[in-house]
Ligand binder design. Structure first.
Ligand code: RIB
Length: 291
């Protein structure tokens, strides 16, 4: 039986400008290139999991526009089950993105239809999907929807992965429904008010959770907690051209690994490998590959 995963989250159209130096206030600069592609943290995670071989469902909400049509085609092309897609009047989500010459990005998300996903419909859909192993959530749809979905997951013995991106403070109840909490180092600092590069902080915060903690650390790899020790898994050294979506590649690959019964550490290694590979190519989902 294939590992079955459902992502409940966002879909965006990414509009990426590549520029040597990000403009300052009142400044106009020439960029070197531009590309439009498929993004949204939820969508990216689903695509990565599907590429690796997971049977992947996407519960997301699109608008009534040409971006929705393109996004539906993209999900179909990537073997993602969108039987439970929601459509609302108005615009789909978009994300203007700037990437500088070091590959670092700045992202603005205009949520559009992502803000209107219906929790009741999502839960009805989840109850119709048999043998679901993992549900993945992020913070680009309303937090209450993710909380209700995770509550359903816990009632039905389904593992939950929460990627708190973009950073917002999660409620205690959402955290208590989360089996794997995966912030990056910036999100960890915002949420815990602590520096992710100090082991004691990771141990203290990790032990305050009912589930497990993994913090992704960019080119330093990732860290997880085993009781009172920090396990660090390094990333290979690569030349980064565009880091957009690397965290999502990590989460999607980790979900696939866990659903395929890899040990958590092996799932993290796979996730680092796929995320590191994605930064060597421009674009979001288009930079993902199976190997
Ligand atoms: O994590 C990268 C993603 O953040 C982009 O695809 C963009 O759409 C925003 O959701």
């Amino acid at each position: 039986m294939k590992s079955k995963i459902c992502v409940v989250g966002s879909s965006n159209i990414d509009q990426i400008s590549y520029v040597e130096k990000i403009p300052g206030d009142g400044e106009t600069v020439f960029g070197s290139s531009y590309q439009m592609g498929f993004g949204g943290k939820g969508a990216n995670q689903a695509i990565m999991a599907s590429l690796l071989g997971a049977e992947t469902y996407m519960i997301t909400c699109l608008g009534e526009d040409v971006y929705a049509d393109m996004t539906i085609e993209n999900y179909k092309k990537n073997n993602i089950n969108i039987d439970y897609l929601q459509i609302v009047p108005g615009s789909s989500g978009v994300a203007p993105i700037w990437v500088d010459e070091s590959g670092q990005n700045r992202i603005i998300v205009i949520s559009g239809s992502n803000d209107h996903i219906d929790a009741e419909k999502a839960i009805q859909a989840l109850s119709e999907i048999e043998d679901l192993k993992i549900i993945v959530g992020q913070f680009e749809i309303p937090l209450e929807v993710t909380e209700r979905v995770f509550s359903f997951a816990k009632e039905n013995n389904i593992t939950t992965i929460l990627n708190p991106a973009p950073a917002k403070i999660p409620s205690e109840s959402l955290l208590s429904l989360t089996d794997w909490f995966i912030p990056n180092e910036v999100e960890f600092a915002t949420i815990s008010k602590m520096d992710a590069f100090i082991d004691e902080n990771l141990i203290n915060y990790g032990n305050s959770l009912s589930g497990n903690l993994i913090v992704t650390l960019g080119d330093k790899g990732a860290a997880t907690i085993d009781k009172d020790s920090v396990i660090k898994i390094p990333a290979p050294s690569v030349k980064a051209v565009d880091t957009t979506g690397a965290g999502d590649a990590f989460v999607g690959a980790f979900a696939y690994g866990l659903a395929s019964d890899l040990t958590p550490q092996d799932a993290i290694k796979l996730a680092i490998d796929r995320a590191s590979n994605s930064v060597t190519k421009p674009g979001t989902q288009i930079s993902y590959s199976k190997q």
